[in-house]
Design a protein around this ligand. Structure first.
Ligand code: IVH
Length: 673
């Protein structure tokens, strides 16, 4: 008899692989295996689940839609294109929008125009074709002209009627609306998807409709495509009919006249949007009169008769459950509010930074408080304000710890010679490896992308290995007992051999990266490079100790008092010396990467937004390899601002003002050839 334990182990290994394949397919857009291999593994997992009931749990990728959507859906042309909406952000934009319509329609007498106001649900749009009251087909939006035929998957959604018996229902019509997941249902999926929208998209595009059915998708109808006879005059009437025909429509739909009233309504809605069951990212305004809609038509792929009024700030209210003090690699104590998870602009947030002690006392932030949290772009969410009206009588003022919560060392605020002020940040005074939290962070830094860059040894793994006492100092990574790791939950032969390979590979490193990997305070990548050029080899570097003449360093351009003091402190610590000597045994130094061609000579670059298919670090190194330079702020010295996904508008505007070339990632690729 095979033991239960072994079956679980086998099963976990397969799931781990499945999830890994998924991740590569989904997040990295880089499948590791072909479809056949993937499906085969999936069937193996399913068979195990069938055979051994005890294996079924919610984490299984066969239950949640963790695995990949099919690429093999049949394509289907939309009879009427599915358009998108142009955006307005404020009163000005709306005024301009209306002005254009009035001009277009040649209306001089400016009466208030009537709009159908509808929440803009952040989901996936779909078009449903009904003939003789029967749902014939369902198609995703695709590129607006043609989408994927996902009829069977759409049919699993309870909100979508499959038969409509109503005299007023057109004989042939496309009904369009949004497929989405309610926030409460997303709770169970949040480990697998970044936001409800991705979860809905993944679920909808499963090869097997049974998988779609497992996720509670919803559908709200709001418009039509092709139709054969529909004698209605207004969008608001159409919405009423949708309801009568058996579709779900938003209960927040209304009719409003005039921009002023639209803006008042928007403001009210923005305040309460987070109480809704699902995510909305704005309001859609459609000119209510179909006759006027028809006259207005579309420009490009957006109708003139509609506009989306986006919500500007992504903020929400939640409750502080606790205040954690995180200790960073350099000892900085950062207070973090653990909040009741809340969806802010499509991302589930459960932590918000409180910055530092002063910030907490200035805002009098307390555990139990209801606070407003803002998330802007890819910045860490932060607490904006406290709603003191919701504060309980027994709430207590928060006092910042006077000792490091990790090692008990004294905490201090450093004096900054440049600003002539004390820093706002409190720091643990331990040099590093004596403080548990700092040590873990230092090891994370050691293996990070810009340092040793060990694939398969992420932050979570470091934490786990630390807990298991596998590692205490950076060079313990080279002494791991792989037999022990293989026996751990979630690890298997394949992942262990991958790890082994990655660690082995990481031993070959340039001196500058090795110096950087030590995580010495004030010695970032740039300074590490400068020092490495000066010191030549690791042997020389390792000999730096308290007796070293640091004054030599003062002549190096870029190295100042701050760096020297930091190096002195680093080398006067015994554990650091042990680390250096420990590492030395394992590392094989390689030459710094030399410039291949100088095509970016005298050119400066900066990035904003997420790049596709390449990390920032790699993109930067490509620029440097071509003799280009990276700048960290938009200023007159900048030549190119490269924009990725979700760029910071402020940076783009600054660049435009300064007449700096703003280019897309594709353009950058072309430049690189
Ligand atoms: S009308 C013809 N109405 O917004 C204009 N779209 O940016 C588009 N959306 O792809 C269809 N709520 O996914 C319309 N009440 C609503 C909507 C809505 C959300 C989405 C839809 C569309 C996107 C356009």
């Amino acid at each position: 008899m095979i033991k239960k334990k072994e079956i679980i182990k086998e099963y976990n290994k397969k799931i781990e692989l499945l999830n890994k394949y998924n991740k590569h397919y989904y997040d990295k857009n880089n499948p590791l295996v072909d479809d056949i291999k993937f499906d085969h593994l999936k069937i193996e997992v399913q068979n195990l689940e069938k055979k051994y009931i005890f294996l079924k749990d919610r984490l299984s990728p066969t239950i949640s839609v963790g695995y990949k959507p099919s690429k093999n859906f049949e394509k289907s042309k939309h009879r009427v294109p599915m358009l998108s909406l142009s955006n307005a952000f404020d009163y000005e934009d709306l005024k301009n929008y209306e002005k254009k319509i009035f001009n277009f329609l040649n209306i001089t007498k400016k009466n208030d125009i009537e709009y159908s106001v509808e929440p803009k649900i952040d989901g996936i749009s779909a078009s449903l074709t009904y003939k003789e009251g029967k749902l014939i087909s369902g198609v995703s939006r695709g590129d607006g002209k043609e989408g994927e035929l996902i009829t069977e998957n759409l049919k699993t959604i309870a909100d979508i009627p499959q038969t409509i018996v109503s005299k007023s229902f057109p004989k042939d019509i496309d009904i369009r609306g949004e497929v989405f997941i309610a926030n409460k249902d997303f709770e169970y999926l949040k480990d697998k998807f970044a936001n409800p929208r991705n979860a809905a998209s993944g679920s909808l595009r499963q090869k097997n409709p049974k998988e779609t059915k497992k996720i509670p998708l919803r559908f709200i109808a709001y418009t039509f495509g092709y139709f054969d006879k529909l004698s209605l005059k207004k969008q608001s009437e159409f919405i009423q009919h949708l309801k009568n025909w058996g579709f779900k429509v938003s209960k927040f739909n209304k009719v409003i006249s005039g921009i002023d009233n639209l803006v008042i309504n928007h403001k009210n809605f923005e305040d309460q949007r987070h109480d809704l069951e699902y995510d909305i990212d704005g309001l859609v305004y459609k000119i209510n009169d179909f006759e006027i809609q028809k006259r207005l038509g579309a420009v490009g792929n957006a109708p003139r008769w509609a506009i989306a009024h986006k919500f500007s700030s992504v903020s929400s209210f939640s409750k502080i459950l606790n205040i954690d003090i995180q200790v960073g690699r350099t000892g900085a104590l950062t207070p973090v509010a653990k909040i009741k998870p809340v969806n802010i602009g499509g991302v589930v947030v459960s932590n918000a930074t409180l910055h530092n002690e002063d910030e907490i006392s200035r805002k009098d932030i307390r555990v139990g408080d209801t606070v407003k949290i803002e998330r802007a772009g890819d910045v860490i969410p932060h607490v904006i304000s406290v709603d003191t009206s919701k504060r309980l009588n027994n709430s207590k003022k928060y006092y910042f710890p006077q000792k490091c919560p990790s090692c008990g060392s004294k905490v201090i605020k450093e004096y900054n010679n440049l600003t002539k002020k004390y820093d706002a940040v409190k720091r643990c005074t331990s040099e590093g490896f004596e403080c548990e939290k700092m040590a873990i962070e230092k090891i994370k830094h050691f293996i990070s992308k810009d340092a040793l860059n060990i694939d398969g040894l992420g932050k979570k793994v470091v934490e786990k290995f630390w807990d298991l006492k596998f590692i205490r100092l950076p060079h313990d990574i080279f002494k791991l007992d792989y037999n022990k790791i293989e026996k751990l939950d979630g690890w298997g032969k394949l992942s262990v051999s991958n790890l082994k390979y990655a660690i082995e590979k990481s031993r070959k490193i340039t001196l500058e990266k090795l110096i950087f990997s030590l995580g010495i305070r004030h010695i970032g990548q740039e300074n590490a490079k400068i020092i490495s050029q000066h010191i030549k080899n690791f042997e020389n570097f390792s000999k730096i100790s308290s007796g070293f003449n640091f004054e030599n360093f003062l002549n190096i351009d870029g190295i100042g008092e701050t760096q020297i003091n930091s190096l002195k402190k680093f080398f006067s610590n015994q554990t650091n010396l042990i680390v250096i000597n420990g590492i030395k045994k394992y590392m094989i130094l390689k030459k710094s990467e030399k410039t291949v061609s100088g095509k970016f000579k005298n050119k400066t670059f900066m990035f904003t937004g997420k790049l596709e298919g390449i990390s920032r670090a790699e993109a930067k190194s490509l620029i440097e390899k071509n003799s280009g330079k990276i700048l960290s702020s938009v200023n007159s010295k900048l030549n190119y601002l490269i924009i990725g996904d979700k760029p910071t508008t402020r940076k783009i505007n600054q660049a435009i003002d300064l007449k700096i070339k703003v280019i897309k990632q594709e353009d950058f690729k072309k430049m690189l050839n």
